[in-house]
Design a protein around this ligand. Structure first.
Ligand SMILES: [Zn+2]
Length: 207
């Protein structure tokens, strides 16, 4: 991973420099007379720096994720008119998928309101049945558009990664829980690199 954007790269370097500086404060003191009290390399502060580094990596990943989702999936869109009955929207998505022959089990979906804001990102491994059951859900009730993403790879492992990538990309209004990631599921490319940052800092600068 390489951070392309200059501002993000600079910010990343500043956090890293500050981490090193505080960790090595006793060494600096051999050559420089410290002016006043030196800030401590505390557990909480270190944790905050790592979080900041991880967030920068995720932000830098956004264009990469966009391309990754495009390459990995086929997408089916359903748009609704104002006059379409709200209680039917989730069922309508299923009807359109079935009509077009998209009766696959593994999918990720995203719903958008009339301002184009993402309301919800979810996944299913039982096909569009899971979608059609959500007629009363606020994220379908207020949906103007629903996009369903079908992974090209026929493996369940990729679903969690896809849901995670879309959650980074679309920043849905209703994210109660971040997509579950178990040992057996794939990580999204952004989380993979951000986890790597954590373990590298952990190795180099233990708390
Ligand atoms: Zn992720």
């Amino acid at each position: 991973m390489y951070i392309k954007k200059g501002t993000l790269r600079r910010e990343f370097r500043l956090h890293l420099q500050e981490l090193w500086r505080r960790k090595a404060v006793k060494l600096w003191q051999f050559t420089t007379r410290p002016g006043g009290r030196q800030p401590a390399f505390s557990k909480g502060w270190r944790e905050k720096q790592i979080d900041a580094l991880q967030n920068l990596v995720i932000e830098a990943h956004i264009p990469v994720l966009r391309r990754w989702v495009k390459r990995e999936t086929a997408r089916v869109r359903t748009r609704f008119e104002k006059s379409d009955p709200r209680s039917d929207r989730a069922k309508e998505v299923r009807r359109i998928l079935v009509n077009r022959g998209w009766e696959r089990k593994d999918l990720v979906y995203a719903t958008f309101d009339r301002r184009g804001r993402c309301l919800k990102v979810g996944r299913s491994n039982v096909g569009s049945k899971r979608i059609s059951r959500q007629s009363k859900d606020i994220s379908f009730w207020h949906a103007r558009e629903v996009i369903v993403y079908f992974p090209h790879r026929k493996t369940k492992r990729v679903l969690a990664a896809l849901e995670c990538a879309l959650t980074h990309l679309l920043d849905p209004v209703h994210t109660e829980i971040w997509p579950a990631r178990t040992r057996y599921l794939e990580k999204c490319p952004a989380c993979r690199d951000s986890d790597r940052i954590r373990s590298l800092v952990g190795e180099l600068l233990p708390a």
